[in-house]
Design a protein around this ligand. Structure first.
Ligand code: SF4
Length: 150
């Protein structure tokens, strides 16, 4: 099986900077939501929904995983996100993907409307293409592959 060529370090740094800039831009346009940190949205088996990540998001999330001292993701028996900590908090909160920042549960007010964030999604997609990604992928394989890259 042929492995894709890895981007050079300078490209990777620029990519991570772009992801950070996109998340910072999102922070500047918050919508009223009432998140009680129930982490229901992190329990994929309950919700039937899993976040999908572009390659830049996955690389940035992998950076957060490494910073927490882990080298890989361990699937959880309850089907919840492998990045959800035992105490019920996201273990890569500052590095969490775009979907985790914009998809709120119904009780909290629901997901951000696409028109509010469409330009940021386009930026993430453009970055994915630039990095040679395959488009958005499910969180677990996307982050696991990103962890294996570096
Ligand atoms: S990355 Fe964090 S916020 Fe997103 S689903 Fe996983 S535990 Fe929840």
């Amino acid at each position: 099986m042929s492995r894709k060529k890895q981007p050079p370090d300078s490209t990777l740094k620029a990519a991570l900077d772009e992801v950070k800039a996109i998340y910072a831009e999102l922070e500047k346009r918050p919508l009223q939501r009432d998140c009680q940190m129930r982490t229901q949205c992190c329990h994929f088996r309950l919700t039937g929904r899993t976040p999908f990540l572009t390659l830049g998001e996955a690389l940035y999330a992998a950076q957060g995983v490494r910073a927490s001292g882990r080298k890989d993701l361990k699937p959880r028996p309850d089907g919840a996100c492998p990045l959800l900590g035992k105490e019920g908090r996201c273990t890569i909160y500052l590095h969490r993907p775009f979907g985790c920042r914009t998809h709120f549960c119904h009780e909290a007010g629901g997901m951000y409307p696409r028109k509010h964030i469409a330009d940021l999604i386009h930026r993430l997609e453009a970055l994915d293409e630039k990095l040679g990604g395959d488009g958005s992928r499910e969180l677990e394989p996307a982050v696991s592959d990103a962890l294996a890259k570096r």
